[in-house]
Design a protein. Structure first.
Length: 315
């Protein structure tokens, strides 16, 4: 890792001219900032949101600042396997063959107070944060151009340091706690997925690399969209920490941007903020939690995700 990771900012993003990028959850927070900075550097950005209105609103907001931006809105609900398939099929029709340079799995939801099930009968955080992105990546992988510099990025969370995968409780059917257990499990699943995909692509000799990132503690809609505004231990902790150690979404997006485009980012690398407890700061390589490096869990989770979603990677 070179010194460039010290105080790396969006100014260091190399030209993205001629590159096609797909970012999930780009209508809000970190995803929006990521899309805006990559658009500023000339990438064509496909930004699907849960509704066309939300996607178009994000397009409008970026265009107001960058009139020349090339932005394509779309519709994708990661909590619905049918929606993931519909989006992937739309994508294949619009952009057949190898057509994408960078796929950023950013969308997520956090700390839904009570266990909810999706239309597919999956626990909502596990479905949105892991199963949806897994299926989307599997379905779009054939469209990733096999060339140096191309990447798949998965946005995880520092909560993975304390999280566990419980294969007897993947859908939180026996025990549900919103943050540490259900959200933590879904984000640890993301980290296991990132590393397993990295290993599989490396074994296959693909030039495409997989990286992951966490934003630290960035003030976005994440803190309210899932938990809501009601009383909860999570909201109390947030209120205490927020003035001390949070950062804005633009800074929260830097580790993702670094993982996505910095020439220094390593295959399988994991990036987060360099400040106290990795809560804020500039991107640096951060330690991958040991449980995210468990090979047995990674393979078992992969098989489980294929079984549950019916999506299989052609690597
Ligand atoms: N902010 C932090 O401090 C923090 C810390 C650790 C990790 N992260 C991770 O960073 C990523 C981005 O979060 P953020 O902080 O930028 O939060 P955010 O502002 O709430 O953005 C989340 C995005 O994900 C989208 N999304 C939620 N459910 C979806 C679904 N079912 N299908 C498709 N898109 C969906 C949201 O769409 P809607 O606008 O429709 O809700 C929104 O665009 C997440 O993966 C999160 O876990 C954030």
């Amino acid at each position: 890792m070179s010194e460039r990771t010290q105080q790396w900012t969006a100014e260091f993003i190399p030209s993205q001219s001629g590159r096609r990028v797909l970012i999930t959850g780009a209508n809000s927070g970190i995803g929006f900032e990521t899309a805006r900075e990559l658009a500023r550097k000339g990438a064509e950005i496909i930004l699907p949101a849960r509704s066309m209105a939300k996607a178009k609103d994000a397009v409008d907001r970026i265009r107001r600042e960058i009139p020349s931006a090339s932005l394509i809105p779309g519709v994708l609900d990661l909590a619905s396997q049918a929606s993931v398939r519909e989006f992937a099929s739309w994508f294949s029709g619009q952009y057949p063959g190898p057509s994408i340079d960078l796929l950023i799995n950013n969308a997520g939801v956090m700390a839904i107070p009570k266990r909810e099930l999706t239309v597919d009968g999956f626990e909502r955080q596990f479905a949105t944060n892991f199963l949806g992105p897994f299926a989307l990546t599997a379905l779009l992988y054939p469209h990733v151009r096999q060339q140096e510099g191309n990447r798949i990025v998965i946005v995880s969370s520092s909560v993975t340091k304390w999280a566990k995968i419980d294969f007897t409780n993947l859908q939180s059917e026996h025990r549900y706690s919103p943050m540490a257990q259900a959200y933590g499990q879904s984000k640890l699943a993301d980290s296991l997925f990132a590393l397993e995909l990295h290993r599989r692509l490396a074994r296959a000799g693909s030039p495409v690399i997989v990286t992951s990132a966490h934003p630290g503690y960035a003030i976005t809609n994440l803190q309210t969209s899932g938990p809501g505004n009601g009383f909860s231990p999570f909201r109390i902790l947030s209120a205490i920490l927020k003035p001390l150690v949070s950062q804005d979404a633009a800074h929260g997006a830097l580790p993702t941007l670094f993982a996505a485009v910095a020439p220094d980012a390593m295959p399988g690398g994991y990036y987060g903020p360099d400040g106290l407890l990795e809560l804020k700061g500039y991107p640096k390589a951060v330690v991958i939690p040991p449980l995210a490096q468990n090979l047995g869990d990674a393979e078992r989770l992969w098989s489980e995700a294929e079984r549950l979603t019916g999506a299989a990677f052609q690597i």
